[in-house]
Design a protein around this ligand. Sequence first.
Ligand code: KIV
Ligand code: ZN
Length: 511
Amino acid sequence: MRKIDIFDTTLRDGEQSAGINLNTAEKIEIAKQLERLGVTIIEAGFPASSPGDFDAVHRIAGTVKNSIVTGLARCIQKDIDTTWEAIKVAQQPHIHIFLATSPIHMEYKLKKTPDQVVEQAVEAVKYAKKFFPLVQWSAEDAFRSDHEFLVRIMNEVVAAGATTINVPDTVGYASPEEYGALFKFLLENVKGAEKVKFSAHCHNDLGMATANTIAAIENGAAQVEGTINGIGERAGNVALEEIAVALHIRKDLYHVETGIQLQEIKRTSQLVSKLTNVVIQPNKAIVGKNAFAHESGIHQDGVLKNPETYEIISPALIGEGEIPLVLGKHSGRAAFRDRAETMGFHLSEEKLNKAFVEFKKLADRKKEITEEDLLTLLTEQQVQIEDVPLFDLKMVQVQYGTENIPTATAIVLTPERLEKTVVATGSGSVEAIFNTLEQLVPGAVHVIDYRVSSVGKGRDALGEAVINIRYDDVSTTGRNSSQDVLEASAKAYLNAINRHLIKASLRAQPV
Ligand code: KIV
Ligand code: ZN
């Protein structure tokens, strides 16, 4: 069967979408899970765009061994140099450089003639080839570009040494028929097309990203790019889990394979959703919580008689409910570690100990520990930032009554390791907590968004709080799960402040 390479851009195109801000520890965690999922290439970020991106790409390039790691760069030497510094530690250094080719982008955004664009692209590919064995060149807004011009510029960049040519539908405008036809045309007309990989990159503005990507594969694409859960700019990128499962379920039709470990899909999807705080729509194909739920009586009856009456995908295929949870309050450290490792968490001794203490506390307070509880607890420990002194909540107490003014008191360990007690009132318990904690930092902290939800089911479920703040003109998201939603809210608020401080210290460092 023909092999299709899966290029994951969750950490670049996905991360650059509104409201998502991942720190380096979270990006490394996602990259490790993408490696377990079996993606061919991980686009870890855009190193020249910020010190934070540089750091994350560099550390991922040094960590991931079984997937190729790449970084995005504009067609300018400074970007290529920075990307080399970030990626050179990787086993197979790969760079992804891009330049827009559509008339509207060339005229208004780049303010360049088509000749100048060809020259810049060729120079950049030649320069990148001095360092990188693998050079991917993207024609940004390729689908809305003049197709003869695409052939001209692709002839030149292939001759200059590009090893992959990416053909993005940057604004999600194509129909499957048109996008497939473009691949056929380019493969037939670009000189040396047989020596390079052609890649599809689809955005979902008209809801056609999956169909367009499949059409590209049917017409010769050897690589497809997308994100987990379809996160990305505007309506997002193509959801890679949809592509992988569609190609598997309909292998009778497509005759291709991807190398994706399908049983890792559910966990990858949950991890990305948790760390990006992007909730998955319940009816989302493959990974939505209702994707395998049967509500109507006729369907339930059919599934009981034979699951295949209404189920074309079995939940186990994507790793849903695969291993029953056997941990409880009497479980020991060895069983806990074993379980964490089965779930793909290889924590340092210190983090494992902390996670185990949290697990025991939870097991004392909660009747049944679920797989989701464990995932939440382990993920929170795994992405915990060490080495940087930050704010730590020692205790929070709220006085509330329908007739009283809600008042919160908190004792917090400051980054200077001093205990500070703060007190304030608010119009509700949560506002009282936020007003209390705001006193820890100079200036106003604006709460842009705040939500609480439960992790799993049941009245004793963990409460998860996610808060988005604007402080010092920068927006930052914080998150925490605790048994009590007020405690989770206080910790999520401090988590946002801590993340802001880390970002500010990274911004102060030169790239
Ligand atoms: O959508 C797009 O055109 C991109 C490029 C940078 C490849 O993401
Ligand atoms: Zn894109």
